[in-house]
Design a protein around this ligand. Sequence first.
Ligand SMILES: NC(=O)c1ccc[n+]([C@@H]2O[C@H](COP(=O)([O-])OP(=O)(O)OC[C@H]3O[C@@H](n4cnc5c(N)ncnc54)[C@H](O)[C@@H]3O)[C@@H](O)[C@H]2O)c1
Length: 337
Amino acid sequence: MLNIGIIGAGRIGKVHAESITYHVKDAQVTAIADPFMNEETTLWAKNLGIQNIYTDYKEILKDDSIDAVLICSSTDTHADISVEAIKANKHVFCEKPISQDLGKIKEVMEALKDSNVKYQVGFNRRFDHNFEAVRNAVEEGKIGDIHIVKITSRDPDAPPIEYVKVSGGMFLDMTIHDFDMVRYLTSSDVVEVYAAGTCLVDPAIKDAGDIDTAIITMKLANGAIAVIDNSRKADYGYDQRAEVFGSKGQVAVTNDTNSTAVISTSEGVTAEKPLYFFLERYMESFSKEVSLFVRAIIDDTEVPVTINDGLQPVLIAKAAKKSLDENRPVLLSEITM
Ligand SMILES: NC(=O)c1ccc[n+]([C@@H]2O[C@H](COP(=O)([O-])OP(=O)(O)OC[C@H]3O[C@@H](n4cnc5c(N)ncnc54)[C@H](O)[C@@H]3O)[C@@H](O)[C@H]2O)c1
């Protein structure tokens, strides 16, 4: 049984703690740390059977009985805590993005060079049943050579402005999952990015220096072309679709819904809206990614989402921002670490 410590008891830290407790075999959460640990979170952690509750994550790193940590704290803390955890010889699962700062990601890569710890990045959408099915069809050669990838990724509502101000911008905060999805579905790297972006949802987002609507096109190393469309607000809900088109055909997935009921009357035909947001749509993928992290530690195999898989979407996001700012296609090679 692996002992896991969770660093950060916010939204995603709680999701992981619960999914490990209820769904992940061969692992248990024995400690959790958050500087803002309050009465409610302490009670929640106790009810989950977590024995050690701290305000300082260093207590987790000092505990020899802990095999691995999940870094679920705010993004600006991920890289430093990663380096400390690697040095403390803990296996690390780090939420996305590793950092908004490429220099910080490099520090984590350096720390990993001298260690034997496993390091996995939290790109959970790779473990969504729909996207796995697309990737499998592509890998099995069913659609032939890849020509076009299309990803639609629209949130049901914009985040609070306070969050927008510190998120690093839409490409680093939201599109980063879609950049990873392009790489995952095609097993190819991105070589060039061209981004168009604007603010149509909320002028306050523009005032905060960000965009809320974007189309990003990418040229891939395998010769294919990809396009992502993003919006911070789709009135009908969380819109998460993907399609890969190739020389032999195409594979596409649509949104998950609460039911497949379609009601047909003289008024028209209606179906369910997409599941509300990431906690509803991707819950299963959160436990699957951590189950595979635990398996990689126990079996001593490679983790399914490596540090390079964590780095590449940050490089693509930086290239997209540069493209938007300079209104031109940007090569990934222009983005230096
Ligand atoms: N994979 C996904 O789909 C997904 C979804 C949501 C969030 N995330 C990522 O997870 C991270 C956290 O997001 P969230 O939505 O849970 O945010 P959140 O604000 O709800 O939680 C972050 C928590 O980290 C704590 N924290 C800050 N500094 C800390 C430190 N030094 N040690 C321990 N805890 C510390 C905060 O007190 C807070 O409770 C972000 O990097 C975000 O990008 C990923």
